[in-house]
Design a protein around this ligand. Structure first.
Ligand SMILES: [Zn+2]
Length: 486
């Protein structure tokens, strides 16, 4: 009686979450995330999945029986369309909110795949015409909109705390899963997987991404259930976050400072979760009369669609958001807030001279409408750029955080004269202490911990802390490492 673990994505890195488990001839994928990195490298990595194409096509014993998805972030869900492209027609188990979020997110990802393939093909044809070395000929997109739509047909909603027997499993052999609330984003879950062979059961807990207490909108993470083995994320295994409490006051101070000097606040924010958190915090501040009723624009069609999904899933809200909703007709809408959908509406903001706040994506300022707001706004010292999340090296967002004197936007050098502020308090990932606290209830029964979804430095520090505090064996698997657990 045992479960075979096969680590594939997010192994000693933070992106492309995907782990393959096998028990009694049933293969299951935990997550099928997109590896995000440089175009060519990402294309190569994402084209290969943990199982062979013939295993993926065979949906029975020795084939892929089921997929279990922890949450909608693209680094966990974004390679599902590749799976259906290879012929997978089985079920994908996840929460109702995650299913709804995957709709706009996977469609958006399909558009990005097309743009990336177009970019690589155009670059190669230019090189070829100049007699320079070029790639391997025209590349198709990793997947298309049709593949993303097909994924939506294969979801099977799972309710929290309700055990579910996966396809092709029985009570005596195969897999049973129980989802618990991860408190990381709307719909996010930790998953207890029970693998049974010859009537004997091994319990494996997959953390997905672990959230934090007191984040706006969503409920706090559930305590970890008892398990024999744990696969846990380690994104911030070497870091401690600022407390979330003071963030609203900080936001109010910025609004007062900038409106007093007649400037604009430009907020690059991820369209999912961070944008909705900011909308709710600003709504609360206006309600409390802590800031004036200045115009606020959410300039991202994706964010507008995702906000509708947040409205639809009140079962995911915490007590504070629910109480706020009881007093206000719409937690994510009020008279001075506008969602901009058309490009014309977005560009019209260039001519507004009075104070306003614009929240737009992409969150790391790599593409999207945020670019023209930054191009138009960062040369004015009255304005403020508010960075609300992690900025990867080499992104425009990182250059703004580092307050370079000049940055390039649309190929044009622009002096950075606007004020730049960062708030890291809204991070959806547990920090080192929060991870240790989250896993504590499971420690008594755990035999081993596997750390995933973290850079090697963060993993080394967290491994040391788990060994020191709990005396458990900790392994940081590499891509394609295999283990047998009993
Ligand atoms: Zn996540």
């Amino acid at each position: 009686m045992s479960i075979r673990l096969h680590f594939w994505g997010a192994a000693q890195t933070v992106t492309g979450s995907s782990h393959h488990i096998e028990c009694s001839g049933r293969n299951v994928l935990l997550d099928c995330g997109l590896f995000q990195g440089h175009r060519q490298e990402a294309f190569d990595i994402n084209s290969h999945l943990a199982l062979l194409p013939e295993q993926i096509q065979r949906q029975s014993d020795d084939g892929l029986s089921a997929v279990v998805l922890s949450h909608a972030h693209i680094d966990h869900s974004g390679n599902l369309p590749s799976l259906v492209k290879l012929g997978y027609r089985g079920l994908i188990y996840t929460t109702p909110a995650t299913i709804d979020l995957c709709g706009p997110m996977l469609r958006d990802s399909a558009h990005i795949q097309k743009d990336d393939a177009d970019f690589l093909n155009k670059r190669d044809s230019v090189r070829k015409s100049m007699g320079l070395p070029y790639g391997r000929g025209p590349v198709p997109p990793l997947y298309t909109l049709e593949h993303a739509e097909q994924v939506m047909q294969q979801f099977r909603p799972v309710l929290l705390h309700q055990p579910e027997i996966l396809a092709h499993s029985t009570k005596d052999s195969g897999f049973r899963v129980t989802f618990t609330n991860a408190g990381h984003m709307l719909g996010s879950a930790c998953i207890l997987v029970e693998g049974t062979e010859h009537g004997q059961t091994t319990r494996l807990l997959f953390s997905g991404d672990v959230g934090r207490k007191n984040l706006p909108i969503i409920r706090d993470p559930d305590p970890s259930p008892a398990a024999d083995y744990l696969i846990m994320e380690s994104t911030y295994g070497d870091r401690l976050h600022q407390p979330i409490g003071p963030v609203k006051h900080k936001l109010a101070q910025m609004v007062h400072r900038v409106t007093a000097r007649g400037g604009h606040i430009i907020v690059p924010a991820f369209a999912v979760e961070r944008t909705q958190q900011l909308i709710l915090l600003l709504h609360q501040l206006i309600d409390e009369k802590a800031i004036p009723q200045l115009p606020i624009f959410v300039d991202s069609p994706l964010a507008a669609n995702v906000t509708d999904i947040f409205r639809d899933h009140r079962e995911e809200w915490d007590g504070e958001a629910t109480a706020f909703y009881a007093k206000n007709e719409d937690a994510f809408g009020w008279k001075s807030l506008r969602y901009l959908r058309t490009v014309q509406e977005s560009k019209a903001l260039n001519d507004v001279r009075t104070p306003f706040i614009v929240i737009s994506s992409s969150g790391m300022c790599e593409a999207g409408r945020i670019l023209h707001h930054l191009k138009n706004g960062i040369g004015d010292p009255r304005n403020l750029v508010l960075i609300t999340g992690y900025q990867a090296p080499d992104t425009l967002g990182r250059k703004l955080v580092e307050k370079l004197l000049e940055v390039n936007i649309y190929g044009e050098p622009i002096r950075l004269l606007a004020e730049v502020e960062s708030i890291g308090e809204l991070s959806g990932h547990a920090d080192q202490q929060e991870l240790l606290a989250w896993m504590a209830p499971a420690v008594k029964t755990l035999k081993k911990v596997f750390l995933v979804h973290g850079e090697p430095d963060a993993q080394t520090v967290l491994k040391g802390e788990i060994e020191k505090h709990y005396g458990l064996e900790v392994i940081c698997p590499k891509r394609d490492d295999r283990f047998e657990i009993v």
